[in-house]
Design a protein around this ligand. Structure first.
Ligand code: SF4
Length: 228
């Protein structure tokens, strides 16, 4: 079964720096470590650290053909439905991109980045773009609804991001996503800053969650605080 989904109708978009990017979503159904109350893509069908959707051969063959016909500079890997880092097929995609002379970019959330097994995959990407939202345990649990037996927590999330960022040598874009009423108070922003300050990132991007939008003015205020 070919289960990759290529994002653009034309398959290749052009980055602001002029590079051709082929974007691929690797999850045919929603798989993620969390089942967030605010998720844009509905309930998580497979919640856990890993979900294997099966034989990769047909999907890789499709990717190979697109690499040969479209010759992208970058292969951008995202979950589409959930988080790409729960999908164990990433090694195949990395090898395919690199063997065609392309860079590989991972779009993910921050939770699994520094966790054994996932980190070894993430470290091989040339670029990683990863977002997080909450630093207090109560909001973290209320919104993300983690599976209790995995013992995931906001503190473990911080450890995971920091651990990854200290080993990673590629371009790391850290995204802080503001959720109105849940992480945009002065006190919560001060806590976000404590986490951001521990991370070795290349770029810091501050934005807001589509369903719980923080005003543009407050986003730029918070962005200034987090960049200081
Ligand atoms: S971590 Fe992201 S993809 Fe996963 S359930 Fe939450 S919002 Fe959805």
């Amino acid at each position: 079964m070919d289960f990759f989904d290529f994002k653009q109708y034309e398959h290749v978009k052009v980055d602001p720096d002029g590079r051709k990017v082929l974007s691929v979503n690797v999850n045919p159904e929603k798989a993620c470590i969390f089942n967030c109350r605010i998720c844009n893509v509905g309930r998580t069908k497979y919640q856990g650290e890993w979900h294997d959707f099966g034989d990769l051969n047909d999907s890789l063959k499709d990717l190979e053909e697109r690499m040969e016909s479209e010759k992208p500079d970058v292969v951008e890997v995202a979950g589409g439905k959930g988080d790409a880092l729960t999908n164990p097929i990433l090694q195949g995609i990395l090898d395919c991109a690199h063997s065609h002379g392309a860079k590989a970019r991972l779009i993910t959330n921050c939770y699994l980045l520094g966790i054994d097994g996932h980190m070894e995959l993430a470290l091989q990407f040339d670029e990683v773009v990863a977002g997080f939202c909450f630093t207090d345990e109560e909001t973290f649990n209320e919104i993300h609804r983690p599976v209790p037996e995995l013992h995931f927590s906001a503190a473990k999330q911080t450890e995971s991001i920091v651990r990854f960022s200290r080993r990673y040598t590629g371009k790391f874009t850290l995204r802080v996503l503001l959720v109105k009423g849940y992480n945009d108070s002065d006190e919560q922003v001060a806590d976000l800053k404590k986490v951001v300050d521990q991370v070795n990132y290349t770029n810091l991007w501050v934005g807001t969650w589509p369903k719980f939008q923080v005003s543009d003015e407050r986003v730029s205020q918070i962005s200034e605080i987090l960049h200081a």
